[in-house]
Design a binder for this molecule. Structure first.
Ligand code: FPP
Length: 255
């Protein structure tokens, strides 16, 4: 697989971690008079495209919101179809991920997913765990609120066992108990389909992320769309609570 690395000078303008809320599969299908599941099927193709596009563009971690904790309340046949697609996808990607050195990780309450999906996930995660150049993270049965609840429980249990100290608790210590422990925070969060919501996705991790909303429906999302989002990101000034002069001493000198 081609994966030209960007020139060193370009690296600061390439987000290390891109996270995407893939939205619009249903509308894509409706516009064509097709069943919703056909939109999801085409959504899987867009997942494949985005996975390699992100890597080609120099991104190191790509997180995709594939199934939210709230998605269980969709019609049962749609939930079943999504789980079926997920299992099929994992089965077909295993060899490709190993060949292309794509590490697969997940965030979310994956223990509640169907057994078949859990088995495929475990097998792919295991087969790709030694790869370190590029990581695909699937958010599955994910929601930030359940993540905080799970992290609080894990933190409390670590305190009880003497592995964390309650008195010098810090964000660094607490974040070790989030699903995303060990992953970089997202630099850029993209949502497709013209909606401008964050929908319980990486609420804590995206504290300093840049957001990009595009009207493109997820099945139509191409490498060019991802490149446009990254070009927009490159024009942003990330200040992390500081002033423009602090983060860009060169700008202060010109003034
Ligand atoms: C939102 O579109 C999308 C989802 C709820 C699921 C995303 C799933 C996929 C892209 C396919 C499965 C993923 C993998 C990794 C195999 P929507 O149905 O809410 O669209 P709408 O808002 O237009 O109805």
């Amino acid at each position: 697989m081609p994966s030209p690395s960007p020139a060193p000078a370009d690296r600061a303008s390439i987000p290390r971690h891109v996270a995407i809320i893939m939205d619009g599969n249903g509308r894509w299908a409706k516009q064509r008079g097709l069943p919703r599941i056909e939109g999801h099927r085409r959504g899987v193709e867009a997942v494949r495209t985005a996975t390699y596009a992100a890597r080609d563009l120099g991104v190191r971690t790509l997180t995709l919101y594939a199934f939210s904790a709230e998605n269980w309340s969709r019609p049962q046949d749609e939930v079943g179809a999504l789980m079926g697609l997920l299992e099929l996808y994992l089965r077909s990607e295993l060899k490709t991920f190993v060949r292309d050195r794509v590490r697969l990780q997940t965030i979310g309450r994956t223990a509640d997913l169907p057994d078949g999906v859990q088995r495929r996930l475990a097998e792919t995660i295991d087969a790709t765990r030694s790869f370190s150049d590029y990581t695909l993270v699937l958010a599955l049965n994910y929601g930030s609120r359940t993540e905080v609840v799970d992290a609080a429980r894990s933190y409390a249990s670590a305190v009880a066992m003497g592995r964390e100290k309650l008195n010098d608790s810090s964000w660094e210590a607490f974040s070790r108990h989030l699903y995303t422990a060990g992953m970089p925070d997202p630099d850029l969060v993209i949502r497709t389909s013209g909606e401008s919501r964050i929908s319980n996705f990486l609420l804590l991790q995206a504290a300093y992320a840049e957001f990009y909303f595009t009207p493109v429906l997820w099945p139509d999302f191409t490498k060019a769309d991802l490149a446009a989002a990254i070009a927009d990101y490159a024009r942003r000034e990330r200040r992390y609570g500081q002033t423009s002069e602090q983060v860009r001493p060169d700008a202060a000198a010109v003034k």
